[in-house]
Write a protein that binds this ligand. Structure first.
Ligand SMILES: [Zn+2]
Length: 438
């Protein structure tokens, strides 16, 4: 009954969703077969080139004739059947190297996530993606590193950086969205409900790279978000415990601090505190969330799992509540990657101190979850009640980075959906009725 109830409950937005991790392995394998790609059996990955079964590179079509291989691939490309006593962190992040050229099907991927969101009463997605296909990072590397960030930015911009990243991003998104609309039959008389889901993008920066690459990507994120209204923010991705990510954390925060001053209108959300005791030395647990808010200018925090290990955690919680910094809560992801769940998860601390929170899927395809499952976990494992769940759904729209009119429309739609779900007359209907009575 809980599952049936939560499936139908309006959910608003998913604010933390890595597009490549949102796709189920079965889809990647189907696309690989359709595109004539191969399987590297040694690594259980999708690869391009000439297939050769004798050399351990059978065509991807063979996975659909060999159920043993198919099941091995799905397990390797996701957390399905994963033994929770083993190292979920490494297995999780390794899956992203196995999708290969099949993950270039951005339009197909958009169609999958939009249709799925609509089917579970979601109305809005902010999808993390390298929207320029890597142009910003490559240009950063080509320009070389200079610790004088103003000089480095000037050098990049003088070389046509802005046009290169903005047009690459625009072209890719135009093509992907056209393909999505075609697949969902959005122009037909009976379009897929996924056509009604509003999608925005967050430019993702690979934080484990060298400083020149990271700076190029962060600059690209700011430039693209300033030019294309579909790209609403930027975020640093990849494991926060990666040695380069740990070492360069202060430098990356100073890059964000400097560029935020150049582009104050661009909103920032950051993975921070996706760490736990033992994963990294205790010193690393003490400041990532606070510094991401203060120096990185993050308006939202992804995960925030290690908040109680930060220096003066109660003051930090109060600061986040006062600044209205929303935490994107990823219960399944935190369980399978970090082994953090139940009473070890800080969700109840955030709620207790009035920090806004919203449930997110993170990588629903890899972790074999759905937004409904995240809601279910919130109820069953965190004891969250209906009123609080509803607040989270509302906050997922109120704290989204959509423009003001879009946000107002999404909020009205959500209120109407809740009225229908709760069996009340919709807000518009009741105001019309009261006007008629008057
Ligand atoms: Zn994430």
């Amino acid at each position: 009954m809980l599952l049936a109830f939560l499936t139908q409950m309006p959910k608003g937005g998913d604010l933390h969703n890595h597009l490549s991790g949102a796709i189920y392995a079965e889809s990647y394998l189907r696309w690989a077969a359709d595109d004539g790609l191969c399987i590297a059996t040694a690594t259980l990955s999708i690869v391009g080139g000439t297939c050769d079964a004798a050399a351990g590179r059978p065509p991807a079509t063979s996975a659909f004739q060999n159920s043993v291989l198919f099941n091995q691939l799905v397990d390797a490309m996701s957390m399905r059947h994963w033994d929770p006593s083993l190292n979920g962190h490494d297995h999780f992040f390794a899956t992203f190297g196995k999708m290969g050229p099949a993950s270039a099907r951005t339009g197909d991927m958009l169609a999958e996530v939009a249709a799925r969101a609509a089917a579970e009463q979601g109305s809005y997605l902010e999808l993390m993606q390298t929207t320029d296909g890597g142009v910003g990072g490559a240009r950063g590397v080509a320009a070389g590193w200079d610790p004088d960030l103003a000089k480095l930015r000037d050098k990049l911009l003088a070389g046509g950086f802005r046009d290169a990243v903005v047009s690459a991003s625009r072209t890719r998104l135009d093509q992907a969205e056209a393909r999505e609309r075609e697949l969902l039959k959005c122009a037909a008389t009976q379009p897929d409900p996924g056509c009604r889901v509003t999608i925005r993008y967050i430019y993702q920066v690979a934080r484990a790279g060298a400083p020149a690459s990271v700076f190029g990507q962060i600059l690209a994120g700011f430039e693209i978000a300033s030019a294309d209204p579909r790209v609403v923010s930027l975020n640093l991705v990849q494991p926060e415990d990666d040695p380069a990510a740990v070492r360069e954390f202060p430098l990356q925060m100073s890059m964000l601090d400097y560029l935020h001053k150049q582009y104050p209108a661009v909103k920032i959300t950051l993975h921070a505190g996706e760490l736990t005791a033992g994963l990294v030395p205790p010193e690393t647990l003490r400041f990532h969330i606070r510094e991401s808010v203060r120096t990185g200018h993050a308006l939202r925090i992804g995960h925030g799992v290690d908040v109680m290990f930060e220096d003066d955690p109660i003051a930090l919680l109060e600061e986040m509540a006062a600044k209205k910094v929303l935490v994107e809560i990823a219960l399944t992801s935190n369980d399978v990657i970090l082994g953090i769940k139940g009473s070890r998860h800080p969700l109840r601390m955030y709620l207790k101190y009035g920090v806004p929170v919203a449930l997110v899927t993170d990588d629903a395809g890899v972790s074999r979850s759905t937004m409904t499952q995240e809601y279910r976990k919130a109820v069953e494992e965190q004891g969250v009640d209906y009123r609080t769940l509803k607040r989270m759904a509302r906050d997922s729209i109120d704290y989204s980075f959509a423009d003001v009119p879009t946000k107002a429309r999404l909020r009205t739609e959500l209120d109407t959906a809740f009225a229908a779900f709760e069996g009340r007359p919709s807000p518009q209907a009741s105001s019309l009725k009261s006007r008629a009575v008057r």
